[in-house]
Design a protein around this ligand. Sequence first.
Ligand SMILES: [Zn+2]
Ligand SMILES: [Zn+2]
Length: 273
Amino acid sequence: MLSLCSPHVHTPYCDGQSTIDEMVQAALDAGFVSLGFSSHAVQDIDPEYCIAREKEQDYIDEVNAAQKVYEDRIRIWRGIERDSVSDADRARYEYVLGAVHYMPDGEFVMCVDGNANQLQKEIDRRYGGQGARMAIDYYQALGAYIRSYRPDIIAHFDLVMKNNRKHQLFDPQDPAVFDAARSAMEEAIQGCQVLEINTGAMVRSGAKEPYPSLPLLKHWRHLGGQVILASDCHFALHIAACYEEGLALMRAAGYREMLILGRNKELFETVPL
Ligand SMILES: [Zn+2]
Ligand SMILES: [Zn+2]
Protein backbone atom coordinates (compact mmCIF):
# COMPACT_ATOMS: atom_id res chain seq x y z
CA MET A 1 0.00 0.00 0.00
CA LEU A 2 1.12 3.51 -0.79
CA SER A 3 2.58 5.44 2.16
CA LEU A 4 0.78 8.76 2.50
CA CYS A 5 1.05 11.94 4.54
CA SER A 6 0.15 15.59 4.31
CA PRO A 7 2.80 18.22 5.00
CA HIS A 8 0.23 21.02 4.65
CA VAL A 9 -2.34 21.11 7.47
CA HIS A 10 -3.89 24.17 9.11
CA THR A 11 -5.16 24.59 12.67
CA PRO A 12 -7.44 26.98 14.58
CA TYR A 13 -4.30 29.04 15.32
CA CYS A 14 -4.76 30.33 11.75
CA ASP A 15 -7.74 29.67 9.47
CA GLY A 16 -8.06 25.89 10.07
CA GLN A 17 -11.42 24.58 11.22
CA SER A 18 -10.38 21.42 13.09
CA THR A 19 -8.25 21.01 16.19
CA ILE A 20 -4.78 19.52 16.10
CA ASP A 21 -6.16 16.41 17.76
CA GLU A 22 -8.97 16.05 15.21
CA MET A 23 -6.45 16.38 12.38
CA VAL A 24 -4.23 13.68 13.86
CA GLN A 25 -7.20 11.35 14.33
CA ALA A 26 -8.24 11.90 10.72
CA ALA A 27 -4.67 11.20 9.58
CA LEU A 28 -4.61 7.95 11.56
CA ASP A 29 -7.98 6.94 10.08
CA ALA A 30 -6.61 7.65 6.59
CA GLY A 31 -3.60 5.41 7.29
CA PHE A 32 -1.03 8.23 7.08
CA VAL A 33 2.50 7.39 8.18
CA SER A 34 3.34 11.03 9.00
CA LEU A 35 1.65 14.42 9.30
CA GLY A 36 2.95 17.98 9.17
CA PHE A 37 1.22 20.97 10.71
CA SER A 38 1.73 24.20 8.79
CA SER A 39 -0.34 27.06 10.17
CA HIS A 40 0.11 30.41 8.43
CA ALA A 41 3.17 32.13 9.90
CA VAL A 42 2.89 35.41 11.77
CA GLN A 43 2.67 38.48 9.51
CA ASP A 44 1.15 41.92 9.99
CA ILE A 45 -0.49 42.38 6.60
CA ASP A 46 -3.53 40.14 7.08
CA PRO A 47 -3.50 39.02 10.73
CA GLU A 48 -6.93 37.39 10.52
CA TYR A 49 -5.50 34.48 8.51
CA CYS A 50 -2.32 33.78 10.41
CA ILE A 51 -1.15 32.82 13.88
CA ALA A 52 -1.44 35.75 16.30
CA ARG A 53 2.00 36.86 17.41
CA GLU A 54 1.18 36.19 21.07
CA LYS A 55 -0.12 32.70 20.23
CA GLU A 56 2.86 31.40 18.30
CA GLN A 57 4.41 29.73 21.33
CA ASP A 58 1.05 28.05 22.13
CA TYR A 59 0.94 26.65 18.58
CA ILE A 60 4.47 25.27 18.93
CA ASP A 61 3.70 23.82 22.37
CA GLU A 62 0.51 22.14 21.18
CA VAL A 63 2.18 20.53 18.16
CA ASN A 64 5.07 19.40 20.37
CA ALA A 65 2.60 17.87 22.82
CA ALA A 66 0.83 16.01 19.99
CA GLN A 67 4.22 14.69 18.79
CA LYS A 68 4.70 13.07 22.18
CA VAL A 69 1.14 11.76 22.61
CA TYR A 70 1.13 10.07 19.19
CA GLU A 71 4.82 9.18 18.81
CA ASP A 72 4.15 5.44 18.72
CA ARG A 73 1.47 5.78 16.04
CA ILE A 74 2.46 8.55 13.66
CA ARG A 75 5.38 10.94 13.15
CA ILE A 76 4.11 14.48 13.55
CA TRP A 77 6.18 17.35 12.18
CA ARG A 78 6.17 20.93 13.47
CA GLY A 79 6.03 23.09 10.36
CA ILE A 80 4.87 26.47 9.20
CA GLU A 81 3.50 27.93 5.95
CA ARG A 82 5.59 31.02 5.58
CA ASP A 83 4.77 33.93 3.29
CA SER A 84 7.27 36.29 1.72
CA VAL A 85 5.74 39.05 3.90
CA SER A 86 6.23 37.11 7.14
CA ASP A 87 8.99 37.67 9.65
CA ALA A 88 8.59 34.25 11.30
CA ASP A 89 11.80 32.66 12.57
CA ARG A 90 12.31 29.33 10.81
CA ALA A 91 14.59 28.06 13.58
CA ARG A 92 11.47 27.37 15.64
CA TYR A 93 10.16 24.87 13.10
CA GLU A 94 11.25 21.54 11.71
CA TYR A 95 10.34 22.55 8.15
CA VAL A 96 8.93 25.48 6.20
CA LEU A 97 6.47 25.61 3.31
CA GLY A 98 7.24 28.69 1.23
CA ALA A 99 4.30 30.58 -0.31
CA VAL A 100 3.31 33.88 -1.85
CA HIS A 101 -0.27 34.91 -1.06
CA TYR A 102 0.28 38.67 -0.68
CA MET A 103 1.88 41.26 -2.89
CA PRO A 104 2.20 44.59 -1.09
CA ASP A 105 2.59 47.89 -2.93
CA GLY A 106 3.01 50.69 -0.41
CA GLU A 107 -0.24 51.00 1.50
CA PHE A 108 -1.99 48.63 -0.94
CA VAL A 109 -1.95 44.86 -0.56
CA MET A 110 -3.02 42.37 -3.17
CA CYS A 111 -3.99 38.89 -2.02
CA VAL A 112 -3.79 36.61 -5.06
CA ASP A 113 -6.10 33.95 -3.57
CA GLY A 114 -8.30 36.41 -1.67
CA ASN A 115 -11.54 38.19 -2.44
CA ALA A 116 -12.08 38.31 -6.22
CA ASN A 117 -13.45 41.88 -6.26
CA GLN A 118 -10.52 43.23 -4.27
CA LEU A 119 -8.09 41.40 -6.51
CA GLN A 120 -9.77 42.91 -9.59
CA LYS A 121 -9.48 46.39 -8.06
CA GLU A 122 -5.75 45.93 -7.60
CA ILE A 123 -5.40 44.56 -11.15
CA ASP A 124 -7.12 47.71 -12.39
CA ARG A 125 -5.02 49.99 -10.20
CA ARG A 126 -1.60 48.38 -10.75
CA TYR A 127 -1.83 46.76 -14.16
CA GLY A 128 -4.40 48.80 -16.06
CA GLY A 129 -6.85 45.92 -15.81
CA GLN A 130 -4.49 43.37 -17.38
CA GLY A 131 -4.72 40.18 -15.35
CA ALA A 132 -1.85 38.60 -17.30
CA ARG A 133 0.51 41.28 -15.99
CA MET A 134 -0.61 40.49 -12.44
CA ALA A 135 0.04 36.77 -13.01
CA ILE A 136 3.52 37.46 -14.43
CA ASP A 137 4.30 39.64 -11.40
CA TYR A 138 3.08 36.90 -9.07
CA TYR A 139 5.28 34.25 -10.68
CA GLN A 140 8.31 36.52 -10.54
CA ALA A 141 7.70 37.27 -6.86
CA LEU A 142 7.29 33.56 -6.07
CA GLY A 143 10.41 32.50 -7.94
CA ALA A 144 12.50 35.21 -6.27
CA TYR A 145 11.20 34.39 -2.78
CA ILE A 146 11.80 30.65 -3.08
CA ARG A 147 15.26 31.15 -4.51
CA SER A 148 16.33 33.53 -1.75
CA TYR A 149 14.52 32.07 1.27
CA ARG A 150 15.15 28.39 0.44
CA PRO A 151 12.11 26.80 2.12
CA ASP A 152 11.84 23.00 2.42
CA ILE A 153 8.71 22.74 0.25
CA ILE A 154 7.14 25.10 -2.31
CA ALA A 155 3.41 25.61 -1.66
CA HIS A 156 0.71 25.80 -4.39
CA PHE A 157 2.88 27.05 -7.27
CA ASP A 158 0.06 28.41 -9.45
CA LEU A 159 -2.13 29.76 -6.63
CA VAL A 160 -2.89 32.67 -8.94
CA MET A 161 -5.32 30.31 -10.73
CA LYS A 162 -7.63 30.31 -7.67
CA ASN A 163 -9.52 33.39 -8.91
CA ASN A 164 -9.08 32.44 -12.54
CA ARG A 165 -11.09 29.22 -12.87
CA LYS A 166 -12.92 30.44 -15.95
CA HIS A 167 -9.87 32.27 -17.27
CA GLN A 168 -11.64 35.54 -16.51
CA LEU A 169 -8.41 37.26 -15.44
CA PHE A 170 -5.91 35.77 -17.89
CA ASP A 171 -5.35 32.82 -20.19
CA PRO A 172 -2.83 30.48 -18.53
CA GLN A 173 -1.76 29.34 -22.03
CA ASP A 174 -0.86 32.94 -22.92
CA PRO A 175 2.83 32.49 -23.83
CA ALA A 176 3.85 35.46 -21.70
CA VAL A 177 2.16 33.98 -18.60
CA PHE A 178 3.29 30.42 -19.23
CA ASP A 179 6.87 31.55 -19.87
CA ALA A 180 6.82 33.57 -16.64
CA ALA A 181 5.60 30.49 -14.72
CA ARG A 182 8.30 28.31 -16.23
CA SER A 183 11.00 30.91 -15.58
CA ALA A 184 9.78 31.14 -11.98
CA MET A 185 10.21 27.37 -11.66
CA GLU A 186 13.75 27.65 -13.00
CA GLU A 187 14.44 30.36 -10.42
CA ALA A 188 12.67 28.53 -7.58
CA ILE A 189 14.44 25.22 -8.05
CA GLN A 190 17.70 26.95 -7.17
CA GLY A 191 16.29 27.47 -3.68
CA CYS A 192 14.10 24.41 -3.19
CA GLN A 193 13.76 21.13 -5.08
CA VAL A 194 10.48 19.95 -3.52
CA LEU A 195 7.15 21.06 -4.96
CA GLU A 196 3.82 20.18 -3.41
CA ILE A 197 0.99 18.69 -5.41
CA ASN A 198 -1.77 20.56 -3.60
CA THR A 199 -5.33 19.17 -3.73
CA GLY A 200 -6.79 21.69 -1.25
CA ALA A 201 -8.58 23.93 -3.75
CA MET A 202 -10.39 20.93 -5.26
CA VAL A 203 -12.46 20.48 -2.10
CA ARG A 204 -12.51 24.06 -0.90
CA SER A 205 -13.13 26.09 -4.02
CA GLY A 206 -14.18 23.66 -6.72
CA ALA A 207 -10.92 23.52 -8.68
CA LYS A 208 -10.89 20.79 -11.33
CA GLU A 209 -7.25 19.89 -10.82
CA PRO A 210 -4.57 20.21 -8.15
CA TYR A 211 -1.84 22.83 -8.16
CA PRO A 212 0.23 22.90 -10.29
CA SER A 213 -1.27 22.31 -13.73
CA LEU A 214 0.01 19.34 -15.73
CA PRO A 215 2.08 21.45 -18.19
CA LEU A 216 3.84 23.16 -15.28
CA LEU A 217 4.40 19.89 -13.46
CA LYS A 218 5.95 18.40 -16.58
CA HIS A 219 8.33 21.33 -16.69
CA TRP A 220 9.19 20.80 -13.01
CA ARG A 221 10.02 17.17 -13.73
CA HIS A 222 12.10 18.20 -16.74
CA LEU A 223 14.10 20.44 -14.37
CA GLY A 224 14.71 17.49 -12.04
CA GLY A 225 12.36 18.68 -9.28
CA GLN A 226 10.78 16.36 -6.71
CA VAL A 227 7.15 16.21 -5.57
CA ILE A 228 5.17 15.69 -2.37
CA LEU A 229 1.40 15.19 -2.10
CA ALA A 230 -0.39 17.71 0.16
CA SER A 231 -4.03 18.31 1.08
CA ASP A 232 -3.67 21.92 2.37
CA CYS A 233 -6.21 20.70 4.90
CA HIS A 234 -8.40 23.14 6.83
CA PHE A 235 -11.06 20.63 7.93
CA ALA A 236 -10.28 17.13 9.27
CA LEU A 237 -12.70 15.39 6.90
CA HIS A 238 -10.54 16.58 4.01
CA ILE A 239 -7.24 15.22 5.30
CA ALA A 240 -6.68 13.13 2.14
CA ALA A 241 -9.31 14.69 -0.13
CA CYS A 242 -8.70 14.27 -3.86
CA TYR A 243 -5.48 12.35 -3.29
CA GLU A 244 -6.36 9.99 -6.15
CA GLU A 245 -6.40 12.99 -8.50
CA GLY A 246 -3.10 14.20 -7.06
CA LEU A 247 -1.46 10.82 -7.59
CA ALA A 248 -2.87 10.62 -11.11
CA LEU A 249 -1.43 14.05 -11.92
CA MET A 250 2.06 13.02 -10.76
CA ARG A 251 1.91 9.82 -12.80
CA ALA A 252 0.64 11.73 -15.84
CA ALA A 253 3.66 14.01 -15.56
CA GLY A 254 5.90 10.95 -15.62
CA TYR A 255 6.76 10.63 -11.93
CA ARG A 256 7.39 7.12 -10.63
CA GLU A 257 8.16 8.15 -7.05
CA MET A 258 7.29 10.92 -4.65
CA LEU A 259 8.45 12.22 -1.30
CA ILE A 260 6.58 11.92 1.99
CA LEU A 261 7.44 13.44 5.34
CA GLY A 262 9.72 10.98 7.07
CA ARG A 263 8.72 8.49 9.74
CA ASN A 264 11.81 9.18 11.87
CA LYS A 265 14.47 11.90 11.87
CA GLU A 266 14.90 12.56 8.15
CA LEU A 267 12.49 15.19 6.85
CA PHE A 268 11.79 13.32 3.62
CA GLU A 269 11.51 9.71 2.49
CA THR A 270 11.06 8.57 -1.10
CA VAL A 271 8.23 6.17 -1.89
CA PRO A 272 7.26 4.53 -5.22
CA LEU A 273 4.10 5.76 -6.90
ZN1 LIG B 1 -1.39 28.78 1.23
ZN1 LIG C 1 -2.19 26.45 3.38
